[in-house]
Design a protein around this ligand. Structure first.
Ligand code: ZN
Length: 174
C-alpha cells in the first residue's frame, strides 16, 4: 500500500476544532478500532475495524467479515453502523463519531451520510477505494443533503501496518 508517513492530521468540516482533550479520546477509540481489525485478521479477513462512539461510549463495533459472511457489504463500518442503530433504536446516528482504521469506500461513505453520522476519523488512506478525501470526498460534497466532518491520519502507521503485514504474510504462504 502506498502510505505517506509523518503527515499531520487533517482537520476538515464544522465542529472539528482541535483542543478540549478530544485528541486523547480520539486515539483511545482508534485503538479500539485497531483491536477490532485484529479480530478480523484472526478469522482470516482483511484487517479493518470500526467503532461508533456517542457521548464517550461505544455503541457499535464492527470488523470486516466479507469472506466469513460471503457478503460484499460486510465492511467494518456497515456492521458498526447497523449495531449502533440497533443500540439507539433509530436510523439516525446523531452526535456519533465513527472511527475506522482505513478510509471508507463509496458504499460506506454513503452509509455514513444515510445514517447522519456527525464525524468520521480514519487512520490510513485507501488509494484504491477511499472516498473520504482520496479519490473523492463524498462526506463534504455540498450537493448532498448531509455532510460529515472528517479527519484522517490518526495512528496512520499502525492502521496501515495491519494491512501491509496481512498481505505480506498472505503472499509469504506457499
Ligand atoms: Zn466500505
Amino acid at each position: 500500500m502506498d502510505v505517506s508517513t509523518g503527515e499531520q492530521l487533517k482537520r476538515k468540516g464544522p465542529g472539528d476544532e482541535p483542543g478540549n482533550g478530544a485528541d486523547a479520546e480520539d486515539e483511545r477509540w482508534m485503538r479500539e478500532a485497531i483491536r477490532l481489525a485484529r479480530e478480523a485478521e484472526r478469522i482470516g479477513e482483511v484487517p479493518i475495524g470500526a467503532v461508533v462512539v456517542r457521548n464517550g461510549q461505544a455503541i457499535g463495533r464492527g470488523y470486516n467479515r466479507r469472506e466469513t459472511d460471503k457478503d460484499p457489504t460486510a465492511h467494518a463500518e456497515m456492521i458498526a453502523i447497523r449495531e449502533a442503530s440497533e443500540a439507539l433504536g433509530a436510523w439516525r446516528l446523531l452526535g456519533c463519531t465513527l472511527y475506522v482504521t482505513l478510509e471508507p469506500c463509496p458504499m460506506c461513505a454513503g452509509a455514513i451520510l444515510q445514517a447522519r453520522v456527525e464525524r468520521v476519523v480514519y487512520g490510513a488512506p485507501d488509494p484504491k477505494a477511499g472516498c473520504v478525501g482520496t479519490l473523492m470526498d463524498l462526506l463534504q460534497d455540498p450537493r448532498f443533503n448531509h455532510r460529515a466532518a472528517w479527519q484522517s491520519g490518526l495512528l496512520q502507521e499502525e492502521c496501515a501496518e495491519l494491512l501491509t503485514g496481512f498481505f505480506r504474510r498472505l503472499r509469504g504462504k506457499p
